[in-house]
Design a protein around this ligand. Structure first.
Ligand code: GTP
Length: 210
């Protein structure tokens, strides 16, 4: 799969309840946390879209901003994937969480290189998928809509209905030796860890986590 012929979607909604304040705007390395993913994706993919349930918050960002189409009160990154896939100009869409500041271009290019004509291309770490750093084809849309309408929000639940290419994270060893790509900022202690990582004086001891 060629990123120059794909859309990228940044998931930027949610409640930040574990952080206690909007985590996407926390300063990190001289810019808002969300800007790290944005800067990584822009220029690499043909198009970049930020999907959120609060579009007014992102009006100052130089990116196309679109709103979740199906709103539910529950925590719902799947609604963001749905809106991104619906609005994207291209059939293949990389969806990445906005709270994942250390995702690298090398890792994303590797993921693209592992896909050919599947509906989902996704990293897998043992029993766990990385659904918020994965490629989805527009073929997934009816299955995602069905899940949202039934109130099922676990992304992987529609995978049995589509063709999925799993990419083992162990193949990333040389591209991501510190295993920080999938580190996401949820709680205040994660933010402190991210600040330490940016400052270059910390490692992730547990191989990254989501
Ligand atoms: N567009 C969109 N993105 C979402 C939504 N919920 C979560 N996200 C994004 O998905 C990613 C993972 O979100 P979580 O950390 O699981 O949820 P959260 O609501 O942001 O945070 P918590 O309330 O602490 O669980 C983050 O980048 C969020 O910005 C949503 O309803 N719509």
């Amino acid at each position: 799969m060629n990123p120059a012929k794909m859309s990228a979607v940044i998931l930027a909604g949610g409640k930040s309840s574990r952080m206690g304040r909007d985590k996407l705007f926390l300063p990190l390395g001289g810019k808002p946390l969300i800007s790290h993913v944005l800067d990584t994706l822009q220029g690499l993919f043909a198009e970049c879209i930020l999907v959120t349930d609060r579009p007014q918050s992102f009006s100052g960002f130089a990116v196309r901003v679109t709103e979740d189409l199906i709103r539910r009160p529950e925590k719902n990154s799947l609604a963001g994937i749905h809106a991104g896939l619906s609005m994207a100009c291209h059939d293949y869409v990389l969806a990445v969480a906005g709270d994942m500041p250390f995702i690298s271009r090398d890792v994303l290019l590797y993921l693209c290189s592992r896909g050919s004509d599947e509906d989902v291309v996704i990293f897998r770490d043992g029993p766990h998928f990385q659904p918020l750093c994965a490629i989805y084809h527009k073929n997934c849309l009816p299955h995602i809509e069905d899940m949202l309408n039934k109130g099922h929000y676990k992304v992987a639940d529609f995978f049995p209905s589509v063709r999925v290419r799993e990419v083992d994270v162990s193949s990333l060893q040389s591209l991501d030796p510190g295993r920080i790509s999938f580190f996401n900022v949820n709680a205040p202690e994660d933010y402190e860890k991210a600040r330490a990582l940016i400052a270059g004086n910390d490692n992730l001891d547990e191989g990254g986590k989501r």
